[in-house]
Ligand binder design. Sequence first.
Ligand code: NAD
Length: 351
Amino acid sequence: MRNGLVIIGYGGMGEWHGYHLTHSVPEVNLKGAYDIREERMEVARKNGIHTYSSYEEVLSDPEVSIVIIATPNNFHKPLAEEAMLRGKDVILEKPATMNAEEFAQLMELSKVTGRLLTTHQNRRWDADYNIVKKIYKERLLGDVYMLENRVQGSRQVLNGWRGVKENGGGMVYDWGVHLIDQYMDMIDSPVTEVYANLFSLYTDEVDDNFKAILRFENKVSALVEVAMNCFILHPRWHVSAENGTAIINDWDLNGKMVALSDDKELIWEEKIVYTSAGPTRSMAPRPPETTIEKPLPSVQVDSADFYRNVLKASNGEEELVVKPEQTLRVLKVMDAVFQSDQLGQSIKCRI
Ligand code: NAD
């Protein structure tokens, strides 16, 4: 049977792929899983998934045409190379590779071998992101000029390989890659400047908290923040546009838009206004009738569409949604994030 798919690395994410594929995408022919740890293979079998005894056995199986590589990040590239050389299409977990140069080499191999190469940037299908994308693209509040995109926790622990530099640990690789990918997918303009500040509070090896600002050629600025030490949360998203503001507070999509009212203009006071901030007209509260509160737009998304697209693209029926050129751009921005932090200055670029 065609389109046999095997999960390589049956850890947390590998198990999630197995569950999601089995329950939401029955059209995918999940052939099995392989992990270097026997205890994880046992879990796979308990979950009703066939296991392979080696990577070689996976690559030798003529019924396997796609592998999903869900190992720690530093193993992605060698496993992907082997797979493409053996005629398999490759889905890489994010971050696809440790840097842009490594990924450029995989792209070259993908061209030479004619194998498909994509990255599991599943957060392009998140509802919160798609709400913001709609506000941005459809100019629901006019032109957007500043976006803030945050993921914040307070568990303070980088578990297992996520705390190890050699494995590609740290929050830029873990969550930063998703948030940067969302911006690059939404904003159709080159990145011209990157400024980043990384913190290592719990280990010297990797970053556990960071902030980065990307400036795009179209003048939009985009903040990315990932925190593991945040006990009072900012909103998940904050969007500043010429005619209003939007926030999404949390993963449950609580939030709102506040837009300028069409018919009630603000009338500038002749005299100084006394506020709790002292005498100021600039920062005095707006009369409430000059704005209008609106619910966030609704969106319909299904993260299983990622797999459906890869399946169709693998059969030549559709274009890939997550294209290698896009992953390359994201990794170039991530390289600039690390470079900016090391040099303590912003990086001018055109990515
Ligand atoms: P994990 O440690 O839970 O699982 C990794 C598994 O890979 C382990 O079971 C390990 O034994 C296995 N492994 C290591 N080397 C291997 C090899 N050479 N061949 C076969 N198996 C091997 O880690 P995780 O949280 O599942 O993360 C795995 C990957 O998935 C990472 O790249 C991570 O960034 C990504 N991830 C993506 C998302 C997402 O939302 N897209 C979420 C979590 C993790």
